[in-house]
Write a protein that binds this ligand. Structure first.
Ligand code: HEM
Length: 225
């Protein structure tokens, strides 16, 4: 069955419910493994890392929506972007909570020292701080309040957040950087596409500005096919 570029409101609602539940699966799996004592030798590390992985996964999945929409013509994909972005924030918030609680026991002095002392924690902290305004302004009321232009400008910070998120992961890993490099490559492609589109758009604008103006009478020609 071909996938339509248009979905009815009911179909969109069904897709959104299915996606909402699917996005909870990583958390359910972590909870299941924790319940069954299947998190390995260091369960706290497994929880913090698992949640961090999914925060970054959702960040990159969110950034995949626009290229997918543009290249497939499936306009309705854009309707899923907000939920995916909010899931990124949800997993990031759980990841940070896991660190604050299980790693640091809410010792705020130790936490402040850790943020200042360990570069990968500093990077994670910056990425999380930048995610907060995006999550807080993700609803329609905030889009209206900020105005489309300002809202877009604010939400462009998702690009540096992706870079800082990958840096956070890369700096955390001491030896085997294979996995962070895979994330870095995916982020590079997703951000590279944005740069490419921007260059193409600028070229189109320039070409439009220098297009010779028609002189005299314009004769319309009907072409028969
Ligand atoms: C205040 C903010 C943050 C803090 C304090 C923090 C802290 C940490 C810590 C301590 C680890 C290592 C866990 C361990 O070895 O036990 C870690 C790993 C990680 N964090 Fe964060 N993080 C923060 C924000 C973020 C954000 C915003 C993202 C993603 C967008 C993220 C993604 C990751 C990833 C992918 C890992 C590696 C997981 C793995 O090894 O598979 N973190 N973080």
């Amino acid at each position: 069955m071909p996938v339509s570029s248009q979905l009815s409101a009911r179909q969109i609602a069904a897709v959104k419910v299915a996606l909402f539940l699917a996005c909870l699966l990583p958390l359910a799996l972590l909870a299941h493994n924790a319940w069954n004592d299947a998190l390995g030798a260091n369960p706290i590390e497994a929880v913090t890392r698992g949640l961090g992985d999914w925060a970054l996964n959702f960040l990159l999945i969110t950034l995949t929506v626009t290229p997918l929409r543009r290249y497939t013509g499936l306009a309705w994909l854009a309707r899923l972007r907000r939920m995916l972005g909010l899931y990124c924030f949800f997993y990031a918030a759980l990841h940070v909570t896991s660190y604050l609680w299980f790693d640091q026991f809410f010792d705020w002095t130790a936490i402040a020292k850790d943020i200042l002392k360990r570069p990968f924690i500093t990077a994670g902290f910056i990425a999380f701080m930048l995610l907060i305004p995006l999550a807080a302004t993700s609803n329609n009321a905030m889009v209206r309040r900020l105005g489309g232009k300002h809202w877009l400008a604010l939400h462009r910070s998702v690009y540096p957040i992706a870079i800082i998120g990958v840096v956070h992961y890369t700096w955390m890993v001491k030896l085997d950087v294979a996995q962070p490099l895979v994330y870095a490559a995916i982020a590079a492609v997703l951000l590279g596409l944005r740069v490419l589109w921007r260059v193409q758009e600028k070229r189109r604008q320039l070409a439009g500005a220098y297009l010779p103006k028609a002189k005299g009478r314009v004769i319309e020609i009907a072409v028969k096919r």
